[in-house]
Design a protein around this ligand. Sequence first.
Ligand code: LHQ
Length: 264
Amino acid sequence: MAMNPPVVLLDKQAGYTVITLNRPDKLNACTVPLLEGLKAALDSAIADPHCRAILLTGAGRGFCAGQDLNERKPVEGQVADLGASLLEYYNPIILAIRQSDKPVVCAVNGVAAGAGANIALACDIVLAANTATFIQAFARIGLGPDAGGSWLLPRLIGEARARALALLAEPISAVQAQAWGMIWETLESDALMSRAHALARQLATRPVGSCAAIKQAFLASPSNSLIAQLALEADLQRKAGQSEDYRIGVRAFLAGEQPRFVGR
Ligand code: LHQ
C-alpha cells in the first residue's frame, strides 16, 4: 500500500532546522495532522541543542491557505467550537515561535491566507517571494481574526492598515507588505530559498545568548512600561555579559579577528 507523504517535513542542516509544510495540492491548508506535525517539529527543533535557528516554509506554490475548510465544514445540527481548535492547535504554535529563544525565519513561497498568514507573521524574520500574497481571509467566511493577527498586524503596520486589511480581507502583495514594514524582504521566487538558507546559516553562527535576549526583550516590550523594559534589559544584559560568547566576542573585536562563538 502506498504511504502518504508526511504533511510536515523536518530537515536538520548544520546549525539550523528546516520545517516544510507539505500539503502542496491544498496550498498547505491546516488539517489537524499538519498542525500537530508543525507543533511537534517546532518542539523538536527548539529542544535540539544542535539547532540554533529555524527556517519555516511551504512546499509547492503556496505557503499556507489557513485552516483546511473541509475539516471545519459547518454541519447542520452540530455546533462547532472553533475557539477550542485555536486553543488546542493554533495558539500553541504562535506561542512556540514567539516564546522560543531561537530565531525563526519564514520563507513565504506563495499565498499565505487566514491563520496561515499569521503563522508567517509570528516568525522573527519574514522573507517572501515577490509573487506571494498575504490575505487576512477571515471576514470572507464570517470569521474574526485569529492566530495572533489582531495583535501582530497593528504592531507591524499600524492600526489604520491593520483594520482595513482585516475588514476588507483583500490580498496584498508581498512587495506591498514589505513597503509597509510587515515583512523583512521580498525576492524573486527562484532566489527565495537560497537567501532564506543563507539567513538561517548566518543566525546559526550568532551567539545564542544574544538571540535569546533579543527575543525575550521583544516579547515583553509591548506590555511593558519604559521603566519595566529598561529593568528587563538590564537583567538580560547581566546574563548575556556573563556568557562565554560575550568574552569571545569582545576578545575577537579587540584582536581584530572574527569571533567563533561556542553557544554558551
Ligand atoms: C483549500 C483551502 C482551504 C481547504 C485552498 N481549505 N482547501 C478557521 C477555522 C478554525 C479554526 C482556526 O482558524 C481558522 C482560521 C482560518 O485560517 S480561516 C481562513 C481559511 N482560509 C481561507 O479562507 C482561504 C481559502 N482559500 C482561498 O481563498 C484560495 O484557495 C487562495 C486565495 C488561498 C488561493 O487561491 P488559488 O491560487 O486560486 O488556489 P485554489 O483556490 O484553486 O486552491 C488550490 C487547492 O487548494 C484547491 O483544491 P482543489 O482540490 O480544488 O485543487 C482548494 O480547494 C484548496 N484549498 N485553500 N483553506
